[in-house]
Structures are given as C-alpha cells and as structure tokens.
Design a protein around this ligand. Sequence first.
Ligand SMILES: [Zn+2]
Length: 265
Amino acid sequence: MRVAQLGSGTPEIAVVAGVHGDEPCGVRAVERLLDERPTVERPVKLIVANEEALERRVRFVDEDLNRAFPGDPDAKTHEGQLAHRLVEELDGCLTFSMHSTQSHGEPFAIVNGVSETAKAVVPKLPVTAMVETSNFAEGRLFSEIDTIEVECGLQGSETAAQNADRLTRAFLTAVDALPGDTIRSDLPVYRLTDVIRKQDADTYEVFVDNFAEVEAGDPFAAADGDTQVADEPFYPILMSPNGYRDVFGYAAEKLDVLTAPPAAD
Ligand SMILES: [Zn+2]
C-alpha cells in the first residue's frame, strides 16, 4: 500500500485508488496529483491500496479486498491484512474510492446510504447517477469508513483514466480542498434491491442497458441461450455478460431525483 499526502496537518479527506488491481484508472489520477502537487486548502491523504494486485494486473491476490473489510491484522489472506491497514489509514477521513467496470461507460457514484454528505458532494461530481447499495454493504470499504465510491468507466480504457482524473478534481473541489467552483446537476438516485444471479454456462448475454428501466415480461439476459424474463419492472445496474463470475449484476429501484438549485445570476 502506498500512502502519500498533499498539504500539511491531519487529513480528513482521502482519495483511494487500486482497491481492485485490474482497475488502473484511479492510480493514474493519484499519480498525476503526486506529480503536480497542487496547492490544497485542506490536507488530503492519497492511497494506492492493493499494489501487489496492481503489479500482477489481477483483481486481487487472495480475496476481493472490497469484500474483506474490516479485515484483521492476523488474517490469512493478503487482502484481509490489507483491509485492516487501510481502515487504520482512513480512520476519520471522508474517502473517495475509484473503481471501473465492464458494464457501463458513464461515471456514476455508489454510496452506502443517501447521507447528508452524499447529498452535498455527489451532485457536484460529473456522474450520471447515485446508487445506494446499503442492502449489499457487507465487507465493503464503506461498511467501515465514510466513503463515496465512483465507477469511472470501462475497465482499462483511456476514457476511464481521464474520467478518474476529472472526478477526483471535482471531489477535491466539492470538499473545498481545491479552489474553484463545481457544476451541480440533477441526479437520479437508485437503490440496489436484488442480485441477478447467473447459472454456470459457456456463453452469457445481456439484452438491456444499465439504468434503463426493464418492463415486466421483458427478456433481459441469457445463459447458453436460456433466457431470463423480468417478473416485475426494475433498473439494471452493473449488468454485464462476463463482469462477475456468478452474477450478471443487480436490480435496482429508482428512489428520487436530487434537483439542482436554480443557478444564481
Ligand atoms: Zn472495483
């Protein structure tokens, strides 16, 4: 784990990259901040989490770090120990953690609850949605640390790396660590309600677009040609044919749209 800091004093803000070793976009954003060393108005902790997995270009070494929290100093796995060290480093910090997916190119935010902090910060980020995943928080970083996760785009893409950079700067501006203004936009909010499992098969297909409502009766995915049909309407989120080993993704409900206040003249 690499830990660095911008500014002096005890940080209450942290930016975390590389929770997953096969998602390099956030690492680029952190390295750029370390190269440029912008003058900050509040100290910021910068962390590259799973360096071993990043070096091997794998999601994890022993187990998924974002299912291993709170971790344990005596854990038998690399990620179990790393989770514990990461929680110690991030104690007291509002944390911004960057990910990328195989399911959706547009950036969106993932939070453990629609808290006042989430409502204040997330609409100021260049994201198209906020997804609340409190039903599936177990083992994730935000079960231990106040965290805003962002999905920056498609895994390994140049666009995801550029998005990670823009998202990080918008986050640091929104929390008054960097100077300047952020643009606030209307933001739909979703809550994950169900896991969409997939059976063991050779080929997987997904027929729907993430964040676009699926109607009851619509076919939405297939495993070896065996089609799954929606019993009731839902919004697919993090859905992809091969992104995860045993699930296609998640079903969500739409909760709300956070509207931007009218712009001042
Ligand atoms: Zn990830």
